[in-house]
Design a protein around this ligand. Sequence first.
Ligand code: MRU
Length: 343
Amino acid sequence: MRKLESRSFRFDGDKIWILDQKLLPQEKQWIDVTDPAAMVLAIQKLQVRGAPLIGVAAAVCLARQVEKGLPEKDFRKTAELLREARPTAVNLMVAIDRLLQFADRKFNMRQIVEATERIFSEDVELCEKIARNGEELVADGDGILTHCNTGGLATAGVGTAIGIIQRAQQNGKKIHVYVDETRPLLQGGRLTAWEMKELNIPHTLICDNMAAIMMREGRVQKVIVGCDRIALNGDFANKVGTYGLAILAHYHKIPFYVAGPYTTIDPNCQSGAEIPIEERKPEEVRGVSGAFGEALWAPVECPVRNPAFDVTPADLVSAWILDKQVLYPEDIKSGGLLACMPL
Ligand code: MRU
């Protein structure tokens, strides 16, 4: 397999490395996740995360095993192990399924490697197209609120929502980004704020519960978020808190955009009700742990709910920014999402 490199993912011709996203922004540490068990754990612990990137990373891991002589009889088992690492982001299943077509009769190392190289380079291209399409919706002077992390850390390319933001700035638009810190795991505060600084994009970090007041004060002209799975009726799953933001944007009459590649569309989900939502450990809500240390702020046994994602209904979405085109509610109603998938 050829060498591969993105902001937080690397294949050096021998080993697979990820920039440990649990440690950012305090520490920049690359860890070896060549072994499938290590990759599964890294995906589950969110050391590598973001819908598109977990698909790419898992596919590269599987292809590398094949290159290293994984027997044909173990291919499907290893693929399933990686495919089941997390349940909500469909990109993971889409990427692994693309390689599973080589199981059994069609097992061919060269073809598996080539398909994996395409998965990586395609993700880079899809991000570019999303950035180009979405940038046109951003106006000079916009305040843009975003949630979670959707940039170069979450994809093989420039990202989805953050890719759009970056392209708007590159095209000379003066923008200001309001970064939701994104409880409970703080992908906004730890990762998006870090990426904004790296990209030199003016930004302000807010706690999730401050979004309403930013909107009321007239600081937010657009909300742009990423997604983990889009159902055919336009409902979509994204990091928990997105649904609340969509309601707030609706109340304040602020356009609410969701950005993602076609690999995030699930043709098997008719509506958001069919999207599986990952429930994570209660410890994540009772406190934090990371490069910054550990803190517990709730009683150790305190009952907790911790859905990692929520579903935003299509009727709260102003537009879906995809790699092929921007879809509006009337497009969604006439089957536009299916038409954005390759034949
Ligand atoms: O749990 P995470 O950090 O993997 O969740 C990621 C998100 O919800 C992102 O917003 C989404 O995957 C879009 S990434 C381009």
